[in-house]
Design a protein around this ligand. Structure first.
Ligand SMILES: Nc1nc(O)c(N)c(N[C@@H]2O[C@H](COP(=O)(O)O)[C@@H](O)[C@H]2O)n1
Length: 494
């Protein structure tokens, strides 16, 4: 970071106080960036397939005069909202953003808003994770004479790392997705102290406490979709809704090779949210038609395996998936390398039972040395239960290649986004990242008093998941029922 150092005498020692052009101390910078990250997280689940953005505007006298976050896909950028809140007090102020704005073809709204408002310095928590956007906004700011500091690029310390991590964590699904070409996947399960997810009879309601289950609703609300296998549908007849009040509703995905599924199931009730059943080519076509007649989308893949399913949903723009499946599917997903994080709720109960199922089935390991170690492990007590969470795979190293000032924007030649076999999306500007025609969630917009009002986008939601043109790899095809009338966008909308 471009900093000047002022020596400040105190009674007991000489301290080094770092100040920057707008007179904020280095520690203040870090605290405002963390604030931007914190507020950006308020819309978790709603902004997908875009990142969560937060912006805090601070005057040279350290007064926060405007702060805002992106409410949802398609709403005003955080920077514009923050500028609107700060008004004239933007002149000479610093804007703190958790992530570099996605300044791209024909959409310079966020950058223009800050420049035109008279912001003179921008502090950026992390560069944009998408290669084709990375560095664009930073270059644009600098070309307009703003001082730009990117966290950790000029100065490193434990505190800087902590603030960078805060920025990374609020957009983890976006970051993982950009780095690994599959959605960020979390495996969640609840088990007894003796490692069972049900009694031998299959009965599982309930292992974890109500408080823990409420926590699961929040996890669901942060995800784009929840996946279970056919066994869970047959055994539990789950609803898989986020019932924590007003939050985002993820779609439900069922993976079933045989389509040996019940005719009546809570997941076929689409009054709250839609369901996609993914199966293998040719499976029970009559049952496919039955599901389609109920409005459930059915997708056939050539071979049903977790990696192909994840690549398919990556291509449809999903950022984050919560797996709430049983042990067999969990083992298969882990073996396929598509699970990134685990949330295990451990209840202080013992159920026993030789045949009682456990959360993860056969992984083919024979020695403890082969066990998968979780990293960045957290322990949290929730009522009587313990929630243990950690990462199965390292957080991708996104240390960006920092483009030089005059480096021109170049499109990655390995990606040909305008191939005709690729889905036609409105947002063709999002060349490498998540893209979508429809917001898959209800949007909460602030009313004139700044309070959030609920504006249901259910019809759009239905459209997204039934708008199932075949992705570039032509792996899947989709059956939809008579209710599935979402129009394919015409080329005029591209
Ligand atoms: N968090 C939690 N605690 C338990 O004790 C459980 N048995 C489960 N089971 C999972 O939740 C699904 C049911 O969800 P709904 O309440 O119907 O929405 C069930 O299928 C398991 O995946 N989870």
């Amino acid at each position: 970071m471009a900093l000047s150092f002022a020596v400040v005498a105190s009674s007991s020692s000489i301290m080094c106080k770092a100040t920057n052009a707008n007179n904020h101390s280095h520690l203040q910078d870090l605290s405002y960036i963390k604030r931007a990250a914190l507020i950006s997280d308020k819309s978790a689940g709603f902004t997908s397939p875009h990142p969560n953005f937060g912006c805090v505007i601070v005057t040279p006298s350290a007064e926060v005069v405007g702060e805002a976050y992106l409410y949802a896909q398609g709403t005003k950028p955080a920077e514009v909202l923050a500028v609107e809140a700060a008004g004239e007090r933007c002149r000479g102020a610093t804007a703190y953003v958790n992530m570099e704005p996605g300044d791209c073809h024909g959409d310079h709204t966020a950058v223009s808003a800050l420049v035109q408002a008279g912001i003179t310095r921008a502090v950026i928590g992390m560069r944009h994770p998408l290669q084709h956007l990375r560095g664009n906004a930073i270059r644009a700011f600098r070309s307009q004479g703003l001082q730009v500091d990117v966290l950790g690029e000029d100065m490193q310390s434990k505190l800087v790392e902590e603030a960078r991590k805060a920025c990374l964590l609020v957009n983890l699904p976006f970051v993982y997705r950009a780095a690994s070409r599959v959605p960020f996947s979390v495996l969640k399960y609840a088990m007894t102290l003796d490692g069972k997810i049900a009694a031998s009879s299959g009965h599982a309601a309930w292992i974890s406490s109500k408080l823990s289950r409420n926590r699961v609703f929040e996890l669901r609300g942060r995800s784009d979709a929840i996946i279970v296998g056919g066994n869970t549908v047959r055994r539990d007849n789950p609803r898989l809704t986020a019932r924590h009040g007003g939050g985002h509703m993820p779609i439900r995905i069922v993976l079933s090779q045989s389509l040996d599924l019940p005719e009546e199931a809570n997941l076929w009730d689409l009054s709250d949210v839609s369901t996609v059943v993914v199966t293998q080519r040719g499976a029970r076509r009559s049952f496919q038609r039955y599901l389609a007649s109920k409005g459930v989308e059915v997708v056939e893949l050539d071979i049903l395996n977790p990696r192909d399913v994840m690549e398919y949903f990556h291509d449809r723009g999903y950022l984050s998936i919560l797996w709430e499946c049983g042990g067999t599917l969990a083992a298969s997903a882990i073996s396929s390398g598509v699970i990134h994080k685990v949330f295990a709720f451990v209840a202080p109960k013992i159920i026993g039972g030789k045949n009682a199922p456990s959360p993860v089935g056969e992984l083919g390991m024979v020695e403890m040395s082969q066990a998968l170690d979780l990293i960045d492990v957290c322990f949290e007590q929730i009522g009587p239960d313990m929630l243990i969470s950690g990462f199965l795979q390292p957080i991708p190293d996104l240390t960006p290649t920092i483009p030089s000032e005059d480096e021109t924007f170049a499109i990655d030649p390995t990606v040909a986004p305008f191939e005709t076999s690729i889905i036609f999306f409105y947002k063709t500007w999002d060349l490498y990242g998540a893209f979508s025609n429809f917001s898959p969630h209800p949007i909460q917009m602030p009313d004139e008093d700044g309070k959030q009002v609920h504006r249901s986008q259910q019809s759009s939601s239905t459209g997204l998941h039934r708008q199932n043109k075949i992705s570039k790899k032509s792996r899947g095809s989709s059956t939809t029922g008579k209710a599935n009338t979402a129009a394919t966008p015409s080329s005029g909308e591209i």
